[in-house]
Write a protein that binds this ligand. Structure first.
Ligand SMILES: Nc1nc2[nH]c(S[C@@H](C(=O)O)c3ccccc3)nc2c(=O)[nH]1
Length: 277
C-alpha cells in the first residue's frame, strides 16, 4: 500500500510517523513572525532527522471549547510556514484544516496531503479537495469541537464510525476523488468517552475493512492524560504505548508530538515484523 502526491510516493508497508507542527499562537513562546518560522523550521528539521515522513501543520486549535479561528487568521498562520518548509525540505507536508480556502492555498504553496478532522463536510471542501488532486485524510468526529465531549453516545461505536467513514468515501467518489487518494481515521478524542477511545483502539483492525490506509492520532490526548492522571506534556510513555498498539494493529500513519521517540518505536516494531515473515 502506498500514497502518491505530485511526484512523491510514500510507502505504507510499514507505519509512517506524522509529526505535529502546531502553529496556533499559544504554541509559540513569542509573537514574532520570523521567530515563529525560524522556530518551526528548527522543529521540522529535528522531526525529519528523527525519521518523521509527514509534517502535519494545523492553524486551528480544535480543542474542546476553543473559539473559532477566522479564515484570514488561519491562512496567516499556516501559509508562510508551509512555504518556508517547502523551500527547505522535500518531506510530505499535510495541512490540518476543514476550511476549503485554506486547503486550496496550502496545496498551492506546497502541501501534499489534506488532513480534515471534519472529513470534507464544510462548504466547498469536497470541490476544492477534488481539484487539489492530493491524498485526503477523512476523520470521524461526533458533533463539533466546542461541544463534542459533552455527551458522546453511539448505538454501536465501531459500526457507527465505520458507517460515517463509508458515507464520506462515497461523497468523495461522487465528486471524482478516487478511493486510492483516501486515508481513514476513527478520530480518537473527537466525540468519544475514555472507554470509547480504548474500545476503538482495541478493535482498531476493524477499520481495515475498506482496504484503505488508516491513521491513528492519540498522542498526548485525554484518553491518555485522564487515564494516567498526568498533564499532556508528561504523557510520553502513554503516547508511545498507544503508538505501539496501533502499529501492531496495522495503523499505516501514526500522528504524534514526540516524533523522535515514536520513530524508535516504529523501528523496533519493524524489526519484529521482519522476524515474523
Ligand atoms: N487526522 C487527524 N488529525 C488530527 N488533528 C488533531 S488535533 C488534536 C490533537 O490532539 O492533536 C486536538 C484535539 C483537540 C484539541 C486540540 C488538539 N487530532 C487529529 C487526529 O486524531 N487525526
Amino acid at each position: 500500500m502506498q500514497l502518491t502526491s505530485r511526484n512523491k510516493n510514500l510507502d505504507l508497508s510499514t507505519p509512517q510517523v506524522m509529526g505535529i507542527l502546531n502553529v496556533t499562537p499559544d504554541s509559540f513562546s513569542d509573537g514574532g513572525k520570523f521567530n515563529r518560522i525560524d522556530y518551526a523550521l528548527n522543529h521540522v528539521e529535528s522531526m525529519l532527522q528523527a525519521g518523521t515522513s509527514i509534517i502535519d501543520i494545523g492553524g486551528e486549535s480544535t480543542r474542546p471549547g476553543a473559539k473559532e479561528v477566522t479564515l484570514n487568521e488561519e491562512l496567516d498562520r499556516v501559509v508562510p510556514i508551509i512555504e518556508a518548509i517547502r523551500q527547505r525540505f522535500d518531506c510530505w507536508i499535510s495541512i490540518d484544516t476543514s476550511k476549503a480556502q485554506v486547503m486550496k492555498e496550502a496545496v498551492s504553496v506546497g502541501a501534499d496531503l489534506i488532513n480534515d478532522v471534519r472529513a470534507l463536510q464544510e462548504s466547498n471542501a469536497l470541490e476544492v479537495a477534488a481539484k487539489a488532486n492530493v491524498p485526503i485524510c477523512l476523520m470521524h468526529m461526533q458533533g463539533q469541537p466546542r461541544t463534542m465531549q459533552n455527551q458522546p453516545n453511539y448505538n454501536h461505536l465501531i459500526q457507527d464510525v465505520s458507517d460515517f467513514l463509508n458515507e464520506r468515501i462515497s461523497a468523495c467518489e461522487n465528486v471524482g476523488i478516487s478511493r486510492q487518494q483516501l486515508i481513514l481515521d476513527p478520530g480518537f478524542g473527537f466525540g468519544k468517552t475514555l472507554e470509547h477511545n480504548y474500545q476503538m483502539l482495541a478493535e482498531f483492525e476493524q477499520f481495515h475493512q475498506f482496504g484503505l490506509p488508516v491513521l491513528a492520532g492519540m498522542s498526548r490526548k485525554s484518553m491518555i492524560f485522564n487515564l494516567l492522571g498526568k498533564p499532556p506534556a508528561e504523557c510520553l510513555a502513554g503516547s508511545l504505548a498507544c503508538a505501539t498498539i496501533a502499529a501492531m494493529k496495522g495503523a499505516h500513519i501514526i500522528r504524534v508530538h514526540d516524533a523522535r521517540e515514536t520513530a524508535e518505536v516504529v523501528k523496533i516494531y519493524n524489526m519484529v515484523l521482519q522476524q515474523s515473515k
